[in-house]
Design a protein around this ligand. Structure first.
Ligand code: K1U
Ligand code: ZN
Length: 169
């Protein structure tokens, strides 16, 4: 397993649309292992492959609380089959937009289909933090960041702040 670098805005690679995966094999599982290690180290609760520069439709996530056992989840080619009309606001963050947090409104419930770590197709419902996080991560697969859901002014301010942090580092 290896730690990978996380791309930071305004890296243009983050705007790419990721490609579907043909096969869940050992190479893909090695990528997912690296992504999980990178996510835990950041630390974060989710990570899309494009955030480490790999344009594949792959996501890892762990929503376990600090006092709970780790509960890694792996999503290959995730699709949203249904989204509720009811929405919920959540103050989101992103490892590719460090130290910026703002409220995004998304569907409160979604029905998902994806392929798991073992290549099995799974369908399940997501709500609460799971629904927030999977929609945030699936946006990454289409080159969309949470700041793209904010006003142009807020988005530009966020990118400016991240660039300033990078210069100071
Ligand atoms: O960069 C990412 O996509 C990961 C992002 C996921 C996310 C967070 C909040 C709402 C939606 C999606 C993060 O993990 S940001 C860091 C974070 O939320 C966190 C870090 C340590 C402990 C708890 C949370
Ligand atoms: Zn993100």
């Amino acid at each position: 397993m290896a730690l990978r670098d996380i791309l930071i805005v305004p890296d243009p690679i983050l705007k790419k649309v990721s490609e579907r995966v043909d096969l869940v094999d050992d190479d893909l599982r090695a990528l997912m292992d690296d992504m999980l290690e990178t996510m835990y180290a950041a630390p974060g609760i989710g990570l899309a492959a494009i955030q480490i520069g790999v344009p594949k439709r792959v996501i890892v996530m762990d929503l376990a609380k600090p006092d709970e056992e780790p509960a890694p989840r792996y999503f290959v080619n995730p699709e949203i089959l249904w989204a509720s009309e009811e929405t919920q606001p959540y103050e989101e963050g992103c490892l590719s937009v460090p130290e910026i947090y703002d409220e995004v409104e998304r569907p409160a419930h979604v029905k998902l289909r994806y392929i798991d770590y073992n290549g099995k197709t799974v369908e399940e419902d997501a709500e609460g933090m799971y629904a927030v996080c999977i929609q945030h991560e699936m946006d990454h697969l289409d080159g969309v960041l949470f700041i793209d859901h904010l006003s142009r002014l807020k988005r530009e301010q966020a990118v400016k702040k991240v660039k300033k942090q990078a210069k100071a580092a």
